[in-house]
Design a protein around this ligand. Structure first.
Ligand code: 6PG
Length: 231
């Protein structure tokens, strides 16, 4: 029995079809949002899975002047570092589109660890005051341990009301992380979850059974999610 908050599970037979189906769903959803909202607030995950999708997004016919892009998490590295999520999204998407800096919210590690989190927090608070939910759409990846954005299974639960936080991982590259909180992530209308690779198949099955013991399960519990899968 499919989890009630899973909108759809789209199976792709290979990487090409994965990218194709994700692109079509993303484009349709963005245009649907823009049919009722002046701006589309799109949350972007880091990591490797969405990289080609962001490049494809840069080639799509999207009214970028009506898009607000929010990078959901970051590693505590310079923006020029190969591990930077901002750096990856800048190279795959931002450098290829016409969008003003005010329309892109990210953890600016140039400011330093604490200030990067504080500055992002203030921008998200302002955005949320303008309109809720905070996000119209999320593009999410998930780690094999069920983490999403920079929220890991052992990440601390922040105080209510916080939209960003610092986290730590001993498992993945770059231990010092910063991320939107689960409260921020779940202030969202819908999500696209990209699950690619055999090492994540178990996570997918746990999600499908409604397991909310991992961050990705908790998010799906509250946000209508379309899962795009490729084993
Ligand atoms: C990050 C990401 C993270 C990512 C998952 C999946 O900074 O690493 O935001 O949450 O989405 O780790 O990463 P892959 O797509 O590389 O498997």
């Amino acid at each position: 029995m499919q989890h009630p908050m899973i909108e759809a599970i789209v199976h792709a037979k290979d990487e090409h079809e994965f990218l194709e189906k994700a692109s079509i769903h993303l484009l349709n959803t963005i245009h649907e949002i823009l049919s009722t909202q002046q701006f589309c607030r799109l949350g972007l995950s880091g990591g490797s899975t969405p990289k080609k999708l962001y490049h494809r997004l840069s080639e799509m016919h999207i009214p970028w002047e009506r898009m607000i892009l929010i990078i959901l998490d970051e590693r505590n590295v310079p923006l020029t570092d190969s591990h930077s999520n901002y750096g990856m999204i800048r190279d795959e998407l931002l450098n290829a589109i016409k969008i003003s800096p005010e329309q892109v919210i990210f953890f600016n590690t140039t400011l330093g660890y604490d200030s990067a989190v504080l500055s992002a927090e203030q921008k998200l608070i302002h955005l949320k005051k303008e309109r809720t939910p905070l996000f119209d759409l999320l593009i999410l990846g998930a780690g094999p341990d069920g983490h999403i954005a920079g929220i890991f299974p052992d990440s601390p639960q922040p105080q209510k009301g916080f939209l960003t936080m610092k986290t730590h991982t001993d498992t993945y590259d770059v231990s010092e992380r910063m991320t939107v909180t689960m409260e921020a992530l779940t202030s969202c209308t819908s999500a696209i979850l990209l699950v690619s690779g055999h090492e994540k198949a178990h996570i997918f099955h746990k999600i499908e059974q409604g397991d909310i013991s991992t961050p990705v399960g908790i998010c799906i519990e509250k946000v209508s999610t379309t899962i795009i899968r490729q084993d």
